[in-house]
Unconditional design. Structure first.
Length: 359
């Protein structure tokens, strides 16, 4: 069956429908990773987005459920040049096509992903409509596409109740779930931490009452400025004096809570091959990234300096506070499916906690 992608600027791409045949409107973004599509599909940061894979062949190693970053996929749509229908891998538990169908995720294959990616790079990310209806009303569709807005993404992807991991760990970590990946929890548990995961709307007082040794803020979807009440609570956690480590959306919220600002990038950073430079050592690391917003270079919070910067465009990739034990990064040091160059940041965080005196 034919499938169609109509962008808000009027461009139309035609391919073959894969996965679900339901109609969906979402923000269209691109990812430059060659592997890790299961991790991508289940990363809550992609909620509300349709992802275009720039690598031409997707699905050749199938699907392994152990690789999922959350309990379910969050991507709104999945687009590629060619879908591999016969996976070949000893870990495979099914095909990507079947996985998309079962998860009710619509997608397209057979489109010119190079042309689509160049368009998004030139014009920035755009909303788009995926449909299998060849008789759709173009003008009515463009009106609906233009009116589409993300709403309540963090609340939708966050856990609904407190969760516990790593029983017997020597360090107590409070993790505020803003739409986080399970790899963050796994990285902490492997380092001897007992992790308590809190829903995004948990008051700071409730978290601090549990006397954690460290506080973790996860990644998550959407515009950080849309997280109004959460920002206020993050500010209290920052000022608590407890070691705090924040990733991606958590990093942005720390900046906003401390007097900084954020803005949207034209087409964002999404992939597993983005170079970042440690400003204190000059060393460059290859990082996994997935974000459309960044902290403003020229409006940094007082008493905060840039710890990492993006080699390609100079944007802020991490912050360190001068007088508080607070450290943040825009990229993903947990990095499933890779690279793992910056996982040492979890070692730094656990060292800051100093042995789990409250455990």
């Amino acid at each position: 069956m034919k499938g169609y992608l109509l962008l808000e600027d009027g461009h139309l791409f035609t391919g073959q429908s894969i996965g679900s045949q339901r109609e969906v409107i979402c923000e269209i973004v691109f990812n430059t990773s060659m592997t890790g599509y299961v991790e991508l599909l289940t990363d809550p940061s992609y909620a509300g987005q349709g992802v275009v894979m720039t690598y031409p062949l997707i699905g050749n190693y199938g699907v392994c459920f152990e690789d999922q970053e959350s309990r379910r996929p969050w991507v709104s749509a999945f687009l590629m040049r060619e879908l591999s229908r016969i996976p070949s891998n000893f870990r495979s538990q099914g095909s990507l096509g079947d996985y998309l169908k079962e998860a009710d995720i619509p997608g397209l294959q057979g489109i010119d992903t190079r042309a689509l990616t160049k368009l998004l790079r030139d014009k920035g990310t755009m909303n788009g409509l995926l449909t299998t209806d060849e008789n759709f009303n173009r003008e009515e569709a463009l009106e609906r596409i233009a009116a589409y807005k993300h709403q309540g993404l963090v609340q939708r992807t966050s856990c609904k109740a407190v969760e516990h991991y790593g029983e017997g760990g020597s360090k107590k970590v409070a993790l505020l779930d803003l739409g986080g990946k399970s790899s963050i929890v796994q990285c902490l548990v492997r380092r001897g931490c007992k992790v308590t995961v809190y829903p995004c709307d948990t008051p700071a007082e409730a978290i601090l009452a549990d006397k954690p040794d460290g506080i973790m803020l996860s990644n998550g979807p959407g515009d950080p400025k849309a997280c109004g009440p959460i920002i206020d609570e993050v500010g209290k956690l920052v000022r608590s004096g407890i070691p705090l480590f924040a990733i991606c959306l958590g990093h942005q919220l720390v900046a906003l809570a401390s007097g900084g600002s954020t803005h949207k990038l034209p087409y964002g950073h999404r992939g597993s091959n983005h170079p970042v430079r440690d400003t204190s050592t000059g060393r460059t690391y290859i990082s996994a990234q997935n974000h459309g917003y960044v902290v403003d270079n020229d409006r940094l919070p007082q008493g905060v300096h840039v710890a990492f910067e993006n080699v390609n465009d100079g944007t802020v990739e991490g912050l360190e506070f001068d007088s508080l034990p607070v450290y943040t990064v825009q990229f993903h040091p947990e990095a499933s499916a890779g690279p793992h160059d910056t996982q040492f940041l979890f070692d730094r965080f656990t060292a800051q906690m100093g042995g789990g005196k409250n455990a």
